[in-house]
Write a protein that binds this ligand. Structure first.
Ligand code: BGC
Length: 769
């Protein structure tokens, strides 16, 4: 730590009676005593602050786009910036911190934030993939390593986890979230907050979690990014709000506010959301952060006539930090001067920003995560800073086997394998959306993973086969900000012909097809869910060779795979699997790892079928396959239900699930009941599977979903081994929000369902007394 700066901080605070040197050694636990010390520290500091300095603390500046560096340094020294994001190297952030703690009047430290979503330097699979592992230890490991790597690069805060429930795969940000299910996403939300923040968020290897996007961003109409959200309060409370709340309960220090409106009121100006729900009802004590430029966007939302009114609405609603937005800096001084915003309102936001800095340990040591220059890594991107072993292991757990006809997989490491597809050799696409500081150069492609695995035992032949997209407009769009997609200018048919020739020399074809990562990103909503471009023609042509066809899918959302399911002999869903993705895919393709991933989102049969989430209501006219006819709730043109249901995923072995045994027929109030099944590995190899428990409240004061996930357990079984898996249910598992938003369980019959996906379940019933 820079001793001079700490000294400066102590001297500047020494005049405050309540502060002593020990006030700067911030205790970790949130006990009453430490809370008292924190509050006293902040109150004393705030007494010294001018209005300008207070407003400065509310500004979160983007390094890349908002102002040039010399200007930023000047502004920090003048006390007019509270934190920055997007600068991710110690040597870049050190001068910024120096400007704050050595040059600004009150020496209030800066904080440094970044979107560390699924890895920092080592990139783990995208969040939708992580969710498909259903493995909380693996997910925790990815979060902890992300925190260690990010903090070692001087970062104090991440804009994650992203826990927006998404049930519409058209939405590009589906890739960033953990899927459609409230229970699964909530479990992961807690795991991620704990992993980022560690035991103590003020530890040098912890980073503060800012859960996002509060609220309901995943429910944008039609899956069109930034679009409207209109939702009943019961659905909000029951299905969409719990993951954010879990993060808050787990102690997330920050909450990022969504860009969308909620029932007509933009979240950024939504007092009900930010004050009544978040602060009052949930007791959130941390800092709220607007999303990028969101305050200004209140004008476009049509609730503010100008920037001044936008700033006023946001601060009054409870937006503490303004991200990449001139609104607070330019407008708050005038608003306070004219008496339209009170100093008290400013103070309450400033208090939260300073509180977050205090919790991150920055008052105790502004260089906590920046460290001494002498210890800066010689090469920020050096190999030895990566966690490849962990990335590979986590990635293998996220892969979902969708089809395996006649045991096409695992492949043998022999003969000739044709690897086809532009994605097979794309290092960039392995990383997926929001890949933080991940470097494409360091990622292992599927081609390289296969080559590593076979060594000289088998021959690989390669052809590109098709561009991900041949549409100029789409490619231009994807390449708009950064160069994302390479386009081979050859005619499509020429590339397909070449691929067919290549495939004809081989014993088996591995075609890597799907989306480029930019297609599953922010502002990347799709109006079709097909595998894009000429890749579909390529698959057809490959199928026509008669060779066994393995499709390795790369995509950040559920796709419509009806044709591919018919054409492929085997299909492996690999998402965007990260730095070690290629090796992980090879592990599974060759059977060195038996796949155990399960979908965290239903895959529809067609786009017209959306939404296809499994936890739907029964309706008054439910579709029944046994009683086909008119006037039931379904689409008459195609088979009802998803192509692959939520929770689905195959293995190289088979499992048998017994009937359910219940410990009792009735559950007394406040009582418990156990539901058990015996799961047996009936196949020839060891494997893991996820045993899933769903509940249905048969008759209640409001219509309840046909099933809702309430628990799960991942079990590993040797061939022939069986295990009793027991789930203990309590009244809490049966509770729901009624129309008056009372959270309670109602007596009556409950169905309990246990299985290895959300459709193939065993069933039993009990009564809540
Ligand atoms: C996104 C946020 C992200 C922020 C900062 C915005 O465009 O919506 O999720 O945290 O940018 O990068």
């Amino acid at each position: 730590m820079n001793k001079l700066c700490l000294l400066g901080l102590l001297v500047s605070l020494a005049s405050q009676p309540a502060l002593s040197a020990s006030d700067t050694s911030v205790p970790a636990a949130n006990s009453q005593a430490t809370l008292h010390a924190k509050n006293a520290f902040i109150s004393n500091l705030m007494k010294q602050m001018t209005l300008d300095e207070k407003i400065g603390q509310l500004r979160l500046i983007s390094i890349s786009s908002e102002m040039p560096q010399p200007m930023i340094l000047k502004e920090i020294a003048a006390g007019r910036i509270g934190g920055t994001f997007n600068s991710i190297v110690r040597s870049e952030n050190r001068p910024l911190q120096e400007a704050a703690v050595a040059k600004s009047r009150l020496k209030i430290p800066m904080f440094f934030a970044y979107d560390v979503v699924h890895g920092h330097r080592t990139i783990f699979p995208i969040s939708l993939g992580l969710a498909a592992s259903w493995d909380m230890d693996a997910i925790a490991l990815s979060g902890r390593i992300s925190a260690q790597e990010a903090s070692a690069d001087s970062l104090d805060m991440t804009f994650a986890p992203m826990v927006d429930i998404s049930r519409d795969p058209r939405w590009g940000r589906t890739s960033e979230g953990f899927g459609e299910d409230t229970y699964l996403v909530s479990r992961i939300s807690k795991v991620m907050v704990n992993a980022f923040q560690g035991k103590d968020v003020s530890a040098p290897d912890s980073i503060m979690a800012s859960v996002k996007h509060f609220a309901l961003y995943g429910a944008v109409e039609g899956g069109r990014d930034y679009n409207t959200v209109d939702m009943s309060p019961t659905r909000m409370y029951q299905d969409y709000l719990p993951p954010y709340r879990t993060a808050v309960d787990a102690g997330a220090g920050g909450v990022m506010i969504a860009l969308n409106s909620v029932n007509g009121v933009p979240a950024t100006a939504n007092t009900w959301l930010l004050h009544d729900v978040l602060r009052k009802e949930w007791g959130f004590k941390g800092v709220t952060i607007s999303d990028h430029g969101a305050i200004k966007e209140l004008i476009d939302h049509g609730v503010a006539k100008d920037l001044r009114q936008a700033a006023k609405l946001a601060i009054k609603a409870g937006v503490d930090l303004s991200m990449n937005d001139k609104a607070y800096g330019e407008e708050l001084p005038g608003l306070v001067k004219d008496g339209e915003v009170s100093v008290k309102e400013i103070d309450s936001a400033v208090r939260e920003v300073l509180g977050a800095k205090y919790d991150m340990g920055l008052f105790a040591n502004p260089y906590l995560r920046i460290g001494d220059a002498a210890q800066d890594p010689v090469d920020t991107y050096s190999e030895d800073r990566l966690h490849r072993v962990e990335a590979r292991d986590v990635a293998r757990k996220t892969l979902v086997l969708l089809k395996n006809k006649d045991e096409t997989l695992p492949l043998k490491k022999q003969g000739t394998i044709a690897v086809i597809g532009s994605l097979a050799k794309s290092q960039l696409d392995m990383l997926g959306s929001w890949s933080a500081a991940g470097r494409p150069k360091q990622s292992v492609t599927v081609y390289d993973g296969l080559a590593n695995a076979v060594g000289d035992k088998a021959k690989l032949v390669y052809a590109r086969g098709a561009n991900v997209s041949d549409n100029d407009h789409i490619n231009e769009y994807l390449n708009f900000i950064e160069h994302e997609v390479d386009v081979d200018p050859r005619p499509a048919q020429e590339m397909i012909d070449e691929a067919v020739k290549t495939a004809e020399q081989a014993d088996v074809i591995v075609a890597v097809v799907g989306e480029s990562r930019g297609m599953s990103h922010e502002a990347a909503s799709r109006s079709s869910l097909n595998i894009p471009g000429k890749q579909r023609d390529l698959i057809k042509a490959l199928k026509a060779t008669g060779k066994p066809l393995v499709l390795v899918l790369m995509n950040g959302r559920p796709l419509v795979l009806v044709d591919e399911l018919a054409q492929a002999d085997a299909m492996l869903e690999t998402w965007f699997p990260g730095t070690e993705g290629g090796n992980a895919v090879a592990d599974v393709l060759f059977g060195d790892y038996n796949p155990s991933g399960k979908l965290a989102m239903s895959f529809p049969r067609s786009i017209g079928q959306l939404p296809t989430y499994y936890a739907h209501l029964n309706t008054g006219r439910p579709y029944s396959p046994d009683k086909v006819g008119n006037y039931t709730s379904h689409y008459f043109e195609e088979t009802n239900g998803p192509l692959f249901p939520f929770g689905y995923g195959l293995s190289y072995t088979q499992f048998d699930v017994s009937d359910i045994t219940l410990s009792a027929k009735d559950m007394p109030r406040n009582g418990k009941l156990t539901a058990s099944v015996t799961v047996k590995n009936t196949g020839k190899v060891a494997g893991a599977t996820v045993v899933q428990l769903y509940l249905r409240d048969v008759t209640a004061s409001i219509s309840r979903p046909v099933k809702e996930l309430k628990n799960f357990e991942k079990v590993m079984l040797q061939p022939g081994e069986e295990k009793v898996v027991s789930f203990t249910l309590s009244e809490d598992d049966l509770k729901f929000y009624n129309p008056s938003l009372k959270y309670a369980a109602e007596p009556g019959e409950f169905k309990v369902m246990i299985g290895l996906d959300s459709e193939a379940v065993k069933q039993a019933s009990f009564n809540l007394l």
